[in-house]
Write a protein that binds this ligand. Structure first.
Ligand code: ASP
Length: 423
């Protein structure tokens, strides 16, 4: 038994995950929904294990990261990554609009106008959103896993610690150094846990994928196949064209090399459908596969998991055109522009949890006059909700991929600016 386990540990984790994935697809198709429903707790366990590490790994890594560099550099990294995140999301929406023009998802589909029970949610104002980044109680933020608030507090704490490490009083300096080391060791311990969780991942992936195939496979093959095909084509183009170009030009890295390193994070995102739950794996990939400095990725990746969602932005564009097509509405060029702007904003506001993008989609639909209060709009919207799980898998994978690409680019630029890791 013990030797068997040792042998298992010896196989590279990504192969085991791939086997779990393939078995899940085949088994899910053969076994049907009931069996997979019974096995689903094995998948839920994976998601819980990942979520368990999110808050501590962000806090510990980011405190260490922020304490290791000068605040001015932090500001430069912040500006660069924000520009990257917003621009690439806009490009993703544009690609979404183009593929939707080609595929015309929803055209020819009729809706029965009995309305679905979908309640619109009022989006918070910009001022509220910004104010909300500052936690009134950092421990509550940690307890509830509010990533932006944790980032804010960790940055402030990290910068304070950096200042104390250079304090004139030797005792203060020593104490700060000790605390820094404690955070550093705590961060390392979290990465060690991630490696342990990765060993369990094949089983969790098997259960999650099998469940989706059993429960949603038939629907995806039906009348909604075109919208699924449209989105996945767009996502594919975004990965190979947009990210491929960015990596080649700005980081001198081929997309193949990148995908080889990023695959554990991409698969995790695909099966968990949550950027936030994937975060521990994304951070571990940034460090172990790409050798990125902690002071860069500990900041850019949690931020990206919360606000940078290229896949979601693209999905919101494609889905809006789907609803318009079902209703036979022709959108004007100005309305297409409105979709670009609102989809970028909506994706920023989308939480990194399963299905959140479908709620923020309502904001994008609203911007072109597709109001959920109209029964035919609600009916078209609920059609696309029927395949949301499958759309969510692809878009979340691209969300996480985009975070990693941006992080690599910013890390390269930082290195080029003559600032190697100072940790
Ligand atoms: N599930 C996505 C994510 O976590 C968000 C969405 O629903 O679009 O990135």
């Amino acid at each position: 038994m013990a030797t068997l386990w040792r042998r298992y540990l010896g196989v590279p984790v990504i192969y085991k995950i791939a086997v779990g994935f393939l078995l899940g697809v085949v088994f899910g198709a053969l076994a049907g929904p009931q069996v997979m429903e019974a096995l689903k707790p094995l998948g839920d366990l994976l998601v819980r294990l990942l979520k368990m590490i999110v808050a501590p790994i962000v806090l510990f890594s980011l405190v260490v990261g922020a304490a290791s560099i000068r605040p001015s550099r932090l500001g430069r990294i912040g500006a660069a990554i924000m520009a990257y995140y917003l621009l690439t999301s806009a490009v993703a929406v544009a690609i979404g609009l183009v593929v939707a023009q080609i595929f015309q998802p929803g055209a020819g589909l009729a809706v029965a106008a009995e309305a679905a029970e979908v309640k619109p949610r009022k989006p918070p104002s910009v001022v509220e959103v910004l104010l909300n980044i500052v936690p009134t109680n950092p421990f509550a933020a940690l307890a509830e896993g509010r990533v932006l608030q944790i980032i804010f507090f960790a940055l402030v704490l990290g910068v304070a610690l950096a200042l104390l490490r250079e304090a004139p009083d030797a005792r203060v300096r020593e104490a700060a150094e000790t605390l820094f080391r404690v955070f550093d060791a705590a961060a390392e311990a979290m990465y060690r846990i991630v490696r342990g969780v990765l060993e369990y991942m094949p089983i969790g992936v098997f259960a999650l994928v099998g469940y989706v195939v059993a429960a949603h496979g038939p629907k995806v093959l039906g009348s909604l196949a075109v919208v699924v095909a449209a989105l996945y084509s767009g996502l594919f183009i975004h990965i190979f064209a947009t990210y491929g170009l960015i990596l080649a030009l700005l980081a001198r890295m081929s997309i193949v090399t990148f995908l080889r390193g990023a695959k554990a994070a991409m698969i995790t995102a695909f099966v968990t459908r949550s950027s936030s739950a994937t975060l521990p794996v994304t951070m571990s990939v940034a460090e172990r596969q790409f050798g990125i400095s902690r002071s860069v990725y500990a900041f850019t990746l949690p931020l990206g998991a919360t606000i940078n969602m290229d896949g979601t932005a693209m999905y919101q564009a494609v889905a809006t055109l789907f609803v318009a097509n079902v209703l036979g509405v022709q959108l004007t060029p100005a309305e297409h522009l409105a979709i670009v702007l609102t989809a970028v904003l909506a994706s920023v506001g989308t939480a990194g949890v399963p299905g959140a993008g479908a709620i923020m989609l309502l904001m994008v639909m609203q911007s072109v006059g597709l109001d959920l209060a109209r029964p035919e709009v609600a009916a078209a919207y609920s059609m696309i909700l029927g395949v949301d799980v499958v759309l969510d898998m692809g878009r979340t994978m691209v969300n996480v991929t985009g975070d990693l690409v941006g992080t690599i680019v910013v890390a390269r630029m930082e290195r080029a600016a003559g600032a190697p890791s100072e940790a």
